[in-house]
Structures are given as structure tokens and as C-alpha cells.
Design a protein around this ligand. Structure first.
Ligand code: G1P
Ligand code: ZN
Length: 540
């Protein structure tokens, strides 16, 4: 038992757990105090199992050892630790579920940079395999304000390399293969034989694991199980600092893959996943698939896949995600749910059997097989659909638009805005919101303008202030919200969308089509005026 009396968190951990610079986590007693605050908030440990792993970033093994020793001292009966400490977020979610664990600790800062000067993070997932709900994170946070002791076993560090069971009086610690169970789940859902035949017939792909946790998972599943060519998986070895890469699979940080896929001799299919393996990027030969389109296309075709052949129950998308999936839901006659940003809002819908597939515009897609978004799942789902339809990505996307219409879509991020300016912007917009309805902008009428609130259909809880929605009579939308994950200043995200029906112009350049809406957004939000910015920092 050690003592530390200082409250040590400046603010509530976000929906993705606690994320800070690695150096902050490495301060004396810091991680210990946070882990103890978790353990003090989750109730009984006796007779319970906990899963422990991380995405392999700097400080991963050290943190895992601290967590094992603290789980021992806090009275867990079984501690399952991923071999080499490597456990992707979706694989952790699966392990928690299939092992009947009380919960799991995932050491990751997702797609944030790693290394000594990078970021580190701790996330606690609950028994359904999903992120801790707010009621629990609030409890943990309150506990951090008063924590004055923690419990830790006094023993040597554990070797995480060799699979084995260790019995230490009352507690069993097991170093487990963290890939096997996940691979088995994928094999149950997808038709590996069909995908293997597709590869054998010459289909080729490139997968960028971004020197992050999914490298070994992708190598095993793609190259060993479904017969993709050797070296299909690039940057396959998880590195402490991701080899200096920013492990966020978007068009900026996965530029090498993007350039390869846009080249004349591009492979048929390209994909990437992030630091902890939950985000995905899908690119066909000369054809980037936006995440909202990917969600809609997967939803429309999921019944072609073995594990989903009964069809889907419903679809959910986060509010800023384009409405492409809504049209698929309408066609299929299933419910569409519009939830606030963040995967945790899908949890109840999945547990309650309301939806089979869900996604966010921020490169997150998943289904009811786990309670996290799942990067490799999305890649395999695409592969399975491609193998069944025997079409190129471009053909599938084209046909989809011709059937459902196209939701042209872009996201503009303004980063590191001074907090007072960001507040002013939000206040300004809030004030004019009520008067927007019925107003015309460049000939387009505002049909609805509100501050998005969500009532969970399962537990009835209400989440307010989830971003501004400005909907136009022609189906276009402007969404404005403040990021909940930015670390410096405030990040404002503006999402712009225009719907073009099947009979309309489907093959134009996105930024060109959206120019008018972008200008309307600037006029309404006044972002460049209030923040003195000339342009967004990132356009996706
Ligand atoms: C961002 C994404 C959001 C995602 C979250 C965690 O949050 O926009 O969709 O759930 O990261 O990966 P934001 O910074 O916008 O609050
Ligand atoms: Zn992630």
C-alpha cells in the first residue's frame, strides 16, 4: 500500500478514457493512482476476471506490469494478459465478452502519436466489451479527487512473451494468445474460403498497419488464413513510436497508401487501421471510399456475408456522419438511429438488439460482434463483399450511388483555437440558431436548426449539447461541433453535406460540389471572422 494524497486530474477523462503525454503517465504514482481509482469504482473483484493489454506504444509493457500487480493486490481471481502486451481494442472487446470478464484495461491513445514525447492512455471497458459509460467514468473521476492510497503486489515484473499460466496463491495469471480468439471470431463471421479463392484468382491488396497493433493480426488473418500474398501487410511490426508515423488512417497520415492506390498500377484494394486497430480506411483502385459511404455500402450488402445472412436489424450513425446510411435503412425497411458522436452511444443499441451495424464519419465502422469499432472487421467485410460480387470497389460505389444517390461530404477542422474564441463562436451560433429556420442562403432554405440532443431508446437517458445541426430543405446539412478529444486549445469541426439524387450529377469533385455549402457555412458560423483563420487546418 502506497500513499499519495494529491488530486491529480485536471479534468474528467473523456469517452476514450484518460489520454495524456506519456511523460505525465510516467510520473511517480500517476498511473497507479488512476488505476486504483478505477478499481475502487467497479465493485467486487473477488471471483472476477480482468483482461489487460495495449497497443504496443512506449510505456506499454511497464504499464501492463503495474496493472497486473495492482489487479493481484486488488483481489481479482483471474488476470488474462495479452502476449507481448499487444491487444487491439476490438480484440480486447471480444476477449472481455467471451471470457466473461468483469472488464478490461486497454493501454492506448488510439490514433495519437506515440513515443516518449507522444501520448499514452488508459481505457477501462466493462463486461459487455464496450467503453465505460459516463456514470462509471464520473465515479472514477470523483475517486481520483480523493484517492490517498493504492494496492500493489510486491513482485518482480512478468515476462509477457511466453504463453503460460502462473498461479500466485489465490490468483491465476495467464499470458494468452491475443490473436487467436479474434481470428476465430472473424472466421465465424466471414467466408474465408471465398475470400481465399478471390485472392487465388489474382485479386491483390495492400494493407498498411501503420507500425501499430494490427500488424500481427492482419498478417495472420490476411496472409496466413485467407491467402493474401506475402508482404500484403506493410508496416506490420508494432513499434513503440509507430516508427515516427502518426497512426491515424486518413488521407493525410496514410498518404503513402493513398498515393499507391491512386497510381496507375495500383492494387485492387487498399486499407489501413490505426494505433489500436479500431479505425479503418478503405480505398479501392483510384477510388477513396468516404467512411459514411463505406457504412452505407456495407449496410446495403451485409446480407451477402455468412455471419449476417439473416439481414440486418437496424443501422446507427453518429449525427455528423452523412445521411447516406439513412437511405439504405429506408430501402431495407429497418430503423436508422442518429446518435451523438462517440462509440459509447452505440452500446445500448447493440446490446438491445436494435442495430447490427454502426459507424462514424471519423473512420469508425463496426457491428454487433463486439462493442468497439473494428478496423480489421471493416476490411474483411469489404473483402467478403468484393469476393461475392466480383466487382471492383469503384463499380460497387458507382452502383450504390446510382441506386441511392450520393451524399457529397466533407469535414473541415479548425485546430488549436484559443478556448475563449471557440466559446464565442459557440455562443454566437447558439444565439442565432432560432432565427435560422426559414431563412434563405444562396437560394437554399433552412428547414431546421437545432442543438442536437439525444434520448437513448433503451435507458431513456438524455444527452444534450451534442452539436449544431442546420438542415436545408434540399437535404443538405451543415453540422458544427467542438471536438471532445483535442488536447491543445479547442478544435471546431464543421461537417458539410449535399445530397444528389440517383438521377443527378453523381461523379463530380467533392470540394467543387460543396463550395456553395462551404461558403454558406462560413457565413453562418463566422468561423474565420471570429478566429482570424483563413482556412481550415485539415480538410477530410
Ligand atoms: C473524434 C471523432 C469521433 C470519435 C472520437 C474517438 O472525436 O470525431 O467520431 O468517436 O474521436 O475516436 P472528436 O474529437 O470529434 O470529439
Ligand atoms: Zn483507435
Amino acid at each position: 500500500m502506497k500513499i499519495n494524497t494529491k488530486p491529480f486530474l485536471d479534468q474528467k477523462p473523456g469517452t476514450n478514457g484518460l489520454r495524456k503525454k506519456s511523460k505525465i503517465f510516467m510520473q511517480k504514482n500517476y498511473l497507479e493512482n488512476y488505476l486504483q481509482s478505477i478499481f475502487d469504482s467497479i465493485g467486487k473483484k473477488q471471483g472476477e476476471t480482468i483482461i489487460i493489454g495495449g497497443d504496443g506504444r512506449f510505456f506499454n509493457e511497464k504499464a501492463i506490469n503495474i496493472a497486473i500487480k495492482m489487479a493481484i493486490a486488488n483481489g481479482f481471481s483471474k488476470i488474462l494478459v495479452a502476449q507481448n502486451g499487444l491487444l487491439s481494442t476490438p480484440a480486447a472487446s471480444n476477449l472481455i465478452r467471451i471470457k466473461g470478464a468483469k472488464g478490461g484495461l486497454i493501454f492506448s491513445a488510439s490514433h495519437n502519436v506515440g513515443g516518449k514525447n507522444g501520448d499514452f492512455g488508459v481505457k477501462y471497458n466493462i463486461a459487455n466489451g464496450g467503453p465505460a459509460p459516463e456514470i462509471l467514468t464520473d465515479k472514477i473521476f470523483l475517486r481520483t479527487r480523493e484517492i490517498d492510497r493504492y494496492f500493489i503486489a510486491d513482485c518482480a515484473d512478468f515476462d509477457l512473451q511466453n504463453l503460460r499460466k502462473i498461479q500466485l496463491s489465490e490468483v491465476e495469471i495467464e499470458i494468452i494468445d491475443s490473436i487467436r480468439d479474434y481470428a476465430l471470431l472473424m472466421e465465424k463471421l466471414f467466408d474465408f474460403n471465398k475470400i481465399a479463392k478471390f485472392f487465388a484468382n489474382g485479386f491483390n491488396m495492400c494493407f498498411d498497419a501503420m507500425n501499430a497493433v494490427n500488424g500481427p493480426y492482419a498478417k495472420y488473418i490476411l496472409e496466413e488464413m485467407v491467402g493474401a500474398k506475402k508482404n500484403t501487410v506493410k508496416n506490420a511490426i508494432p513499434l513503440e513510436d509507430f516508427g515516427g508515423l502518426h497512426p491515424d488512417p486518413n488521407l493525410i497520415y496514410a498518404k503513402e497508401l493513398y498515393d499507391l492506390m491512386m497510381a496507375e498500377n495500383a492494387p485492387d484494394f487498399g486499407a489501413a487501421t490505426d494505433g489500436d486497430g479500431d479505425r479503418n480506411l478503405i480505398i479501392g483502385k483510384n477510388c477513396f471510399v468516404t467512411p459514411p459511404d463505406s457504412l452505407a455500402i456495407l449496410a446495403a450488402n451485409l446480407h451477402l456475408i455468412k455471419g449476417y445472412k439473416a439481414g440486418i436489424r437496424g443501422i446507427a450513425r453518429s449525427m455528423p456522419t452523412s445521411m447516406a446510411a439513412d437511405r439504405v435503412a429506408e430501402f431495407l425497411g429497418v430503423e436508422i438511429y442518429e446518435t451523438p458522436t462517440g462509440w459509447k452511444f452505440f452500446g445500448n443499441l447493440l446490446d438491445g438488439g436494435k442495430i447490427s451495424i454502426c459507424g462514424e464519419e471519423s473512420f469508425g465502422t463496426g457491428s454487433d460482434h463486439v462493442r468497439e469499432k473494428d478496423g480489421l472487421w471493416a476490411v474483411l467485410a469489404w473483402l467478403n463483399i468484393l469476393a461475392v460480387k466480383r466487382q471492383s470497389v469503384k463499380e460497387i460505389v458507382t452502383e450504390h450511388w446510382q441506386k441511392f444517390g450520393r451524399n457529397y461530404y466533407t469535414r473541415h477542422d479548425y485546430e488549436e483555437i484559443a478556448k475563449d474564441k471557440a466559446e464565442k463562436l459557440i455562443e454566437n451560433l447558439e444565439k442565432k440558431l432560432n432565427s435560422l429556420k426559414g431563412q434563405q442562403f444562396a437560394g437554399l432554405e433552412v428547414a431546421l436548426a437545432d442543438n442536437f440532443a439525444y434520448q437513448d431508446p433503451i435507458d431513456g437517458s438524455i444527452s444534450e449539447n451534442q452539436g449544431f445541426r442546420i438542415l436545408f430543405a434540399n437535404g443538405a446539412r451543415i453540422i458544427v461541433r467542438k471536438s471532445g478529444t483535442g488536447t491543445i486549445g479547442a478544435t471546431i469541426r464543421i461537417y458539410i453535406e449535399h445530397y444528389e439524387p440517383p438521377t443527378g450529377k453523381l461523379f463530380l469533385n467533392t470540394q467543387y460540389v460543396l463550395e456553395k455549402m462551404i461558403n454558406i457555412a462560413k457565413e453562418i458560423v463566422e468561423i474565420e471572422k471570429i478566429t482570424d483563420r483563413k482556412a481550415p487546418d485539415i480538410i477530410t
